[in-house]
Design a protein around this ligand. Sequence first.
Ligand SMILES: *[C@@H]1O[C@H](CO)[C@@H](O)[C@H](O)[C@H]1NC(C)=O
Ligand SMILES: *[C@@H]1O[C@H](CO)[C@@H](O)[C@H](O)[C@H]1NC(C)=O
Length: 546
Amino acid sequence: MGEALNQLLLSKVLLCGLLLHTVSQRGLGTGETVEKKPSFIIILADDIGWGDLDVNQPEKKTNNTPNLNLMAQQGLRLTDFHSPASTCSPSRAAILTGRYGLRNGVIHNFGVNSVAGLPLSEITLPQLLQQAGYYTAMIGKWHLGHNGPYSPTNRGFDYYLGIPYSNDMGCTDTPGYNLPPCAPCVSAGPEVIRLRRSVHGGCYSEVGLPLVENSSIVEQPLDLWTLTEKYKSAALKIVHSARARGQPYLLYVALAHMHVPLAPPFSPDTPAARSPSDGAYTASLRDLDGLIGALKTASDNDNTLIWFTGDNGPWEQKCQYAGSVGPFTGKWQTNKGGGSAKQTTWEGGHRVPTVVYWPGRIPANTTSSALLSGMDIFPTVLSLAGVTPPSDRRLDGIDATNVVLQRQHTSRDFLFHPNSGAAGRFGDLEAVRAGKYKAFYITGGAEACGGGKGEQQLHDPLLIFDLERDEAEETPLRLDTPEYELVARRVAREREELLWDIATDKSVSTADYSTDKSAAPCCDKTQAVCRCYTVPREDIKTRRKH
Ligand SMILES: *[C@@H]1O[C@H](CO)[C@@H](O)[C@H](O)[C@H]1NC(C)=O
Ligand SMILES: *[C@@H]1O[C@H](CO)[C@@H](O)[C@H](O)[C@H]1NC(C)=O
């Protein structure tokens, strides 16, 4: 990385210090206290595509994300922003620690039976803000270990409401199903099924997934169709009560949207929204956008920054239940028959729609193509909160305050994309961004819609694309050009330096990926699929009436 970058980072830190100072003084003039710190809402969508945000592809004239569009119009849209990994757990771990998986230990997903989670030696963003006097709350999918010390309330959050892992991971059916099952995944009496049908247009809505509040299971199986409402009311309560206390807060909302099973709201007026052919994906996208709109309204005029982004690209094998990668189609790979989105290091796997909104602080209607990563949220938020990052460990995130607040085009010089589950070895640094170039050491495809797969392929010499000319990653640079040689040399040097830096880093953690059946969250082991109750309560009520 070298001196130059260190100097740059140092100057950024100093600059932020100055900015905060200015804010505090201005605060004094308007009767606020010197200490008034900003609040933060970080919203992470699951499996969302870059092209799902309307304003990323205006030519398509879609209108599925009006609230996000408005936030982009009143704030900043980042068009070259990347999730730190191409699957769930590694991406979330890197966002919350500001470090690559090779440092924080999380290089692939945790399972229902996982005993452990994000290594306890890692320091999380909420932990640091909590220590600085922030109220810290999380709503949604955690997926960084659900047992004992690994749960959110033991990793820096004062409050938690959500699901411990993906919404397709609680049923006895095969994970990865597209819509809540019409056939129940638990044995329930015919009466129960009939009642559910009348309520939800023919589909059984409950899966053996737990809803957790703080560290207790409060509902199991969970009704996926009421999850958005539950999340929304909990989130608004957090925002309103923190405001009433005058306490700055961090609210991390990790939505179940757009991961399958999709459960868009059911309305008697639109029964067809249940039908797979009638845009369950679009309906879910609008549902997500509505929730974000509610958060925006609740936090407007309260010195709150909202950072919306995604955890990885769309799950391409889900076909009509997967999002859009926009123009980032990874053609080199798809021409060979493999998928180029989630799980892969093609752009579709990690380039995610991102909007940063902070009325009065972020200039309206700005777009930046600065190369940034979800790991950069950690140092940037700390910097805006006036909190010093931990000095006992190396961070991979950079402080992007000047991009966010001042329209400066300060990109990362390099960004590495780790293998997250396509062909190949977990955590391997498969691809490197250097400016407009992207170089692959290893390629591999995920399962495509229709079933094709792309085998792992090693590249020596490197496979290099110019993303400015070729955003679809179709035609690599010719090897016999000075341009190729220059990029290949820079990339090789940088990768060697990073690997050396990690190899000599005493703060590297290792995750325990062991599993045990007893580690699965269960409300009552004597009940089928760990139910919290024998028969759903409303069904009992209805029965009594008859
Ligand atoms: C969770 O913690 C909050 C306080 O932070 C408390 O008000 C709430 O009752 C707790 N919920 C459960 C289910 O323990
Ligand atoms: C936002 O900026 C674009 C060009 O960058 C411009 O066409 C558009 O009119 C602007 N919108 C608003 C509301 O200022």
